[in-house]
Write a new protein. Structure first.
Length: 233
């Protein structure tokens, strides 16, 4: 089976997305990329999660041409492909319609960093994507969605803010591999819920100070990270 390991990883990540409760109905999909092969593995369209097998995970090239599997890929494939093209360090992408993150996307409001949970994962507010024109919506819609996300990150770093709220739609998250993309989707939903509760309790709640935000982000990420155990080789 072509890219058997990656397909198994992508299947496991899709099932984990469901297990974590961030998938409503079939609104969810995860993909992974082999940068060496220039190939992407993604959930097939419209197959029930409980029946999915690795061989049903669809493999495509970066132009979206199917090179492995008999099923059609998730209809969101072109969005995933744009993210892989524009964000060279990512290895996995996850899309959900999880409740609170989607509420922020529908409100077209970025999620402010109100606490250290957010700061541990996202080095800044989680942004809302620029809106699509009527022509983009009528045309290659899913691809235009990916381009809009890339445009939104023109002055932002996708490696330190691994998620976006697509305006009027729902979130996309990414990471170094499919499992990390799923973890970021779950944490995004958690911080979206916490931010909504925080602002309900105190509409004047202020974002975390830059010093505290930086301290939390950089103790887990980058050259000066010290959280957790040292990696051994
Ligand atoms: Zn969607």
């Amino acid at each position: 089976m072509l890219l058997g390991n990656l397909r198994e990883e992508v299947l496991a990540a899709n099932l984990e997305l469901v297990r974590q409760g961030v998938v409503v109905s079939t609104f969810g999909n995860v993909s992974g990329i082999s940068r060496r092969d220039g190939l992407v593995a993604i959930k097939p369209s419209g197959v029930p999660y409980e029946k999915m097998t690795p061989v049903q995970i669809v493999v495509t090239d970066l132009a979206g041409k199917v090179v492995g599997g008999d099923l059609r890929p998730s209809s969101d494939l072109p969005t995933h492909l744009e993210l892989y093209r524009n964000f060279p360090n990512i290895g996995g992408v996850a899309h959900t319609h999880s409740e609170y993150a989607t509420a922020w996307a529908q409100a077209k409001l970025p999620i402010p960093c109100l606490g250290t949970t957010h700061a541990d994962y996202f080095h800044g507010p989680v942004p809302v994507s620029v809106e699509l024109s009527a022509d983009e919506i009528a045309g290659d819609y899913e691809r235009a969605t990916g381009k809009a996300i890339a445009l939104t990150f023109a002055a932002l770093d996708p490696d330190t803010i691994p998620a976006v709220l697509v305006a009027g739609h729902a979130p996309f998250a990414w990471g170094k591999d499919p499992a990390t993309a799923v973890h970021h989707s779950v944490m995004l939903e958690y911080v979206a819920r916490m931010a909504a509760h925080t602002l309900a309790l105190n509409p004047d709640a202020q974002p975390l100070s830059r010093a505290l935000h930086d301290r939390h982000f950089f103790r887990k990420h980058g050259a000066t990270a010290y959280y957790g155990q040292k990696a051994r080789d």
